[in-house]
Design a protein around this ligand. Structure first.
Ligand SMILES: [Zn+2]
Length: 300
């Protein structure tokens, strides 16, 4: 049996990434009763309630835990302004893919757990009073992998942003293309990039926030082609995982390789924004693009 990759070596090509990893990590990290869990970065024990109160940021080392998509929406959008769109689109299994478990069974499990049809949550709402189209890729749904539905919803979000003349804000957290959909999942890379290019040509404005982990075909497509690319601290961002690269190149990788801080230094991302500052930063960037005179809220 192949050696299991470490947590920071997610393999985008692993079709079982989400289900197995998710279940395993859950089991490993959760203490009896589920009151305490272990930080995957500094290994300190964290009181779950405290972690949730802090927006799932480690109180000891500020590691930004992966956030369920719904929590991200609540954290980002002003209360009472969220209107979900395109939620009804459901997964097709065109290839009748079956790797011991039929693909649609896996989808069904994810649907039951997340109470949503697919990995991308899309809608409109306000960020500190500014109207936006928001798209959130939910890592807890099959590792935030991109299949036909995710691609279609990103394209629809871009079209909506264009038609309504609204900024498009995208959060990513993904293991990459959804291998169960074969080449149809890879096609979404071109499709989402084309949709964003069209939005750009029409004078639209887009911001992508890459969160931990953003990998594979998502990094290599829509996550990297927005006007502004932000990342949360410590986020793993890359195409192939570090272990795959180190094995292929047969050399040691530099410290902090594929982490947000490393990529900021190399110019792949524009800024690193802490979760606690995210809403303010997004509002500022939206104002910046629109030349809006709306005063920044006092908390800034
Ligand atoms: Zn920590």
């Amino acid at each position: 049996m192949a050696e299991q990759p470490k947590d920071d070596e997610l393999r985008p090509s692993d079709p079982n990434l989400s289900e197995t990893r998710f279940a395993r990590l859950r089991k490993k990290k959760d203490m009896p009763g589920g009151l305490w869990l272990k930080c995957e970065s500094c290994s300190s024990m964290i009181y779950r309630k405290e972690l949730e109160e802090k927006g799932r940021v480690c109180p000891s080392c500020e590691f930004h835990f992966t956030l369920p998509g719904r929590e991200r929406v609540v954290m980002t959008i002003d209360e009472g302004t969220w209107e979900e769109r395109f939620a009804e689109i459901t997964t097709l299994d065109r290839l009748k893919f079956n790797d011991n478990t039929p693909y649609l069974d896996k989808v069904e499990k994810a649907r039951a757990r997340t109470k949503q049809n697919e990995a991308l949550i899309c809608g409109t709402g306000k960020i500190l009073g500014r109207d936006v189209v928001l798209a959130v890729l939910d890592f807890s749904f099959l590792g935030g992998s991109m299949g036909e539905v995710v691609g279609e919803k990103i394209a629809l979000a871009a079209e909506l942003a264009q038609a309504a003349a609204l900024p498009l804000v995208i959060f990513t957290g993904s293991g990459g293309a959804r291998m169960h959909e074969g080449v149809l999942s890879l096609m979404q890379m071109a499709k989402t990039c084309a949709a964003l290019a069209e939005l750009n040509d029409a004078g639209g404005y887009s911001i992508c926030v890459m969160t931990h982990p953003t990998t594979g075909g998502v990094t290599a497509s829509f996550a990297s082609v927005c006007d502004i690319t932000l990342a949360e601290p410590g986020a793993l961002i890359g195409f192939a995982g570090p272990r795959v690269i180190a094995t292929t190149l047969k050399q040691e990788l530099p410290a902090g390789f594929q982490r947000a801080e490393f990529l900021l230094e190399k110019g792949q991302i524009d800024a690193i924004v802490k979760r606690v500052d995210m809403k303010q930063k997004l509002a500022k960037l939206i104002d910046f693009a629109k030349g809006s005179r709306i005063a920044a809220p006092a908390a800034e």
